[in-house]
Design a protein around this ligand. Structure first.
Ligand code: GDP
Ligand code: ZN
Length: 331
């Protein structure tokens, strides 16, 4: 029946839905159910696929086109891809319930490692009494140069409209814990999101698991720039963003504000822990580096070592989230 290009638009486990990509690069038409013949063709939402039709609305993957990046979650035994070929990560936080600073810190590091832009969306800014605490927590990130956008998805739609230029022509992946307002944001930016979600859920594994699926949503016309229509990939809410596969040296370079201190410690292999004449620890003491960031760095180094043990099959692990160009655990 011949092969054709398609966009992987929704995934739940190894159930995928795709849409045909036309010669002009746009995608559309009815959803095609995709079967995955082997583990070598595990895809992620945002992937460009070469499919071979097996019936009118079913196809199998012949090939996954090379990716510019891949966001996935993994533990020592398996990994689950979420999104591929993204331009930016939007991490959604709320003033209440309190967000996890650890998750934020890890998302920021993941973005740096993959050189993907990251924007912090602080939602529920209408809750005035909680706003100061949230702002204080975000202050170090602001001073490191990360964009923080204060919005109220529910009570001030205008605060979302002014983010349209940020989304235009880009593929943005929404990440965050559940309860932060991800769905409210999505519905505001993509007015037909509910209908698309329903269509995905009908076709994907007979209607179940909509909330744990990853899904691609085209933005409306305002989201088009001269090159293409922007999109939002919605990922399931999650609590943990593991970076266990990342090496120590990669890690320290992913901490933006460490850069001017690296190479200035007394020991060239300094762990910035208890070593004397450590430039990074000195910067924490002087207030130039936030102490939570050095704590996070040490935690990530420790996670990375633990994962090495887990990969060797010694102990099971919790689920982890990561981003990388490469498949997990192939160092
Ligand atoms: P999700 O789990 O991240 O998808 O979060 P939802 O979009 O379902 O929102 C979680 C809860 O927060 C819901 O009860 C929303 O009505 C509420 N919520 C969303 N946005 C706002 C906001 O801007 N302000 C306030 N106060 N509540 C909001
Ligand atoms: Zn040091």
């Amino acid at each position: 029946m011949g092969s054709f290009r398609a966009l992987l638009s929704a995934s739940y486990g190894r159930h995928y839905l795709a849409q045909r990509i036309e010669a002009d690069g746009s995608h559309g038409g009815p959803f095609i159910q995709v079967s995955v013949p082997g583990k070598q063709h595990l895809g992620a939402v945002g992937d460009r696929l070469i499919l071979e039709a097996t019936s009118a609305d079913q196809a199998r993957i012949l090939e996954i086109e090379p990716r510019k990046n891949l966001l996935y979650r993994s533990d020592a035994f398996k990994s689950k891809s979420i999104a591929a070929n993204v331009d930016q990560i939007l991490i959604v936080l709320a003033t209440a319930p309190a967000f996890s600073p650890d998750l934020l810190g890890r998302a920021v590091i993941a973005a740096e490692l993959n050189q993907i832009d990251l924007h912090i969306i602080l939602n529920k800014c209408d809750l005035q009494e909680k706003l100061t605490v949230a702002r204080d927590q975000l202050a170090p990130y602001k001073s490191m140069g990360y964009a923080v956008h204060e919005v109220s998805a529910k009570f001030n739609p205008q605060s979302l409209d002014i983010l349209h230029p940020l989304l235009r022509g880009k593929v943005s992946v929404l990440v965050g814990q559940s309860g932060m307002g991800k769905s409210t944001l999505l519905n505001a930016w993509v007015p037909n999101a509910a209908a698309v979600t329903q269509e995905y859920s009908q076709k994907l594994d007979s209607g179940k698991h909509t909330t744990t699926a990853c899904r691609y949503f085209d933005l409306p016309e305002w989201g088009r720039d001269i090159h293409c229509l922007g999109a939002i990939i919605d990922s399931p809410g999650f609590q943990e963003f593991g970076l266990a596969h990342v090496s120590e040296s990669q890690l320290q370079h992913a901490f933006r504000e460490f850069k001017s201190y690296l190479g200035k410690c007394r020991f060239h292999n300094c762990k910035h822990d208890n070593e004397p004449d450590c430039a990074v620890q000195a910067a924490v003491l002087s207030g130039a580096i936030a102490s939570e960031r050095l704590t996070l760095f040490k935690q990530l180094v420790s996670d990375s070592k633990t994962a090495d043990i887990q990969i060797q099959g010694i102990s099971p692990s919790r689920e982890r989230w990561s981003t990388s160009l490469k498949p997990p655990y192939k160092r």
